[in-house]
Design a protein around this ligand. Sequence first.
Ligand code: HAM
Length: 422
Amino acid sequence: MGLTRLRGFQDLIGPDARAVSVVEDCARAIAERHAMHEIRIPLIERIELYQRSTGETSDVVEKQMYAFTDRDEAETVLALRPEGTPGVVRAYIEAGLDRSEPEQRFYYSGPMFRRERPQKGRFRQFHQFGVEIFGRSDAACDAELLIMIDEIRRELGLALEFQVNSLGDAQCRPAFRAALLEWGHANLDKLCEDCHQRIERNPLRILDCKIDVKVAESAPSSLDYLCEACRKHFAMVETLLTQAGVPYVVNPRMVRGLDYYTRTTFEVVSGAVGAQSAVVAGGRYDGLVEALGGAPVAGTGFAIGVERIALALEAAKYRVKAVPDAAIIAMGEAAVASAMEIAQRMRSANLRVEVLSPERGLKSLLRRADRIGAHYALIIGENELARGVVQLRDLRTSSQRELAQSEVTGAIVSEPAAATGG
Ligand code: HAM
């Protein structure tokens, strides 16, 4: 067996890795503007954490966990994190924040692992950029999350659809659950095999029935069962979204695959990434902190599927490739030190610079400069060295001029096309 990568796992090389970073950097900058703090949590946790939060009957816990037994005496069963929310809640409780300073705003970023059937936009290792806010039970906080996602969307220039719903709370959910159960039994012959199992264990999931979308359309809607408080909360979310100019649709069939949600839930979908169209998802989880042993503190959040947004960027022809501003060519050993020094000066001015190998000839180095897409080639030979100058060749126009070494950075920076980092 060759040493190839595993199915559903990806090597992200060059522009592919950069597309992921573009999404993460954009989300991070916007999270910082929303006064959020970074949190970094382990990739591995006890499996119980996910069983008790993501949910025993969720597909994620039931079928998709990478779990293994540790070599400790207790033979603890561990799992690679399939999502970030449970670990963030655990860390929040473990740090005592639920009691000392319950209102907290976190963001995180990193790989998640789910043993799903790989397809376009669905991987076994993927990246999420997530946000979790604790101690805020108001609708404005839910609206802020959606506004934030809209800011990310706009900054990246993407067209996405926002779908929102409310699943009610501990007070009104049981009536909705009972209505679904009754409807499910009455329509059992029309539902898929999976739904026959789901119906007793987790009736909400039958709205995800893949066999017949039309059948699900006749199912009860969660919105019809909301209690007064949940109805008011949802109406406020809608008002605030409208006021902020975030276009959205209400999708009363959206139930989300994870068990901890209460009240507001949402999915943001893209038409450009194939069947796996949910690029961001989240919602409120007011009972989760308490269920995991903490104080009764409200929670709400979302996670961006970073690769899926990167796919949407690719479809929108977003330019993610970063090309060097300049390639520096030192002809002969004597010129190497000067080449390195000029490169440092240019990098301090935020230019992207590669010093090419002094072991190759001019023709081959110019070919390399061209291949890496450099805008300029800077050539320093013995003659230039002696006179304190460089040859600056614009590789896009093939024009060349001589400049004093001290002038070259300024000349490139003042060029309107200086492509720093782009
Ligand atoms: P989720 O819907 O399971 O929610 O995942 C969030 C996003 O992660 C999805 O919308 C999708 O873009 C991406 N994603 C999920 N699975 C895969 C996969 N196999 N391959 C590629 N991308 C994937 C959560 O994980 C919740 N923790 C979100 C949340 C945070 N709710 C409240 N706070």
